[in-house]
Design a binder for this molecule. Sequence first.
Ligand code: 5GP
Length: 194
Amino acid sequence: MNLLKQKIRTEGIVLSDSVLKVDGFLNHQVDPVLMQEIGEEFASRFAGEGVTKIITLESSGIAPAVMAGLRMGVPVVFARKRKSLTLTDQLYSAGVYSYTKNETNEISVSTDYLSSDDVVLIIDDFLANGQAVLGMLSIVEKAGASLAGIGIVIEKGFQNGGAALKDRGVRVESLAVVDSLENGSVTFHNEEAS
Ligand code: 5GP
C-alpha cells in the first residue's frame, strides 16, 4: 500500500535494528485518512470471505480494525489486555508472550461477542514474532469460530511471525512488509536497500 509505505518512510522512526516507531500516525497520534485507506484495503482483500466479525487487540489495532469494520459492515471486538471491572462475563482468554518485556499477559474476549457462528478476520497493527496474533487465534479457536484470515498493517518480515502463521496454513495479508531496519533505514520487501 503506497500511502502507508510513504508514511512509514517520511514519519517512521527506526529505533533499533528491530523496532520501528510509528507514533505519528498509528501508535499514538492516528491519521484518519490513512486509517480509512487501510480499512478499504483490508475490506477489498477479504471481500467474499463471509466475514461476520473483526477481532483486534487494544489499543493500536482498534483504529485500522474499526475502519475495516465500517467498510465491511461488521462489528469489531477488541481483545482486552486487562480484565475490566465491568467484565463480569464469561471470557475466552489466551496468554501472549512479549519478547521485548519478557513477560506473558493474558488477553480476553467476552463469550457474548464471539461464537461458533462467526467468521473472523483478525487485524493488528504490527506482526513481529506473532505472539499477539497467535493469542487472538487461540481465542477464535476456543470460541469454535472460523477464521477468514489475518490482516496486518506493518509486518516485520525479518522476524518469524509471518512464517509461523503461514506454516499453520493461515492467510496473512500485510499492507507493508519491512525486510530490514538496519543502518537506521527502512527497506521494504522487494526493494533494494538505499
Ligand atoms: P508480536 O511479536 O506478538 O508479533 O508483536 C507484539 C506487539 O508488539 C504488536 O502487536 C505491536 O503492538 C508491538 N510491536 C512489535 N514490534 C513492533 C515495532 O517494531 N514497532 C512498534 N511500534 N510496535 C511493535
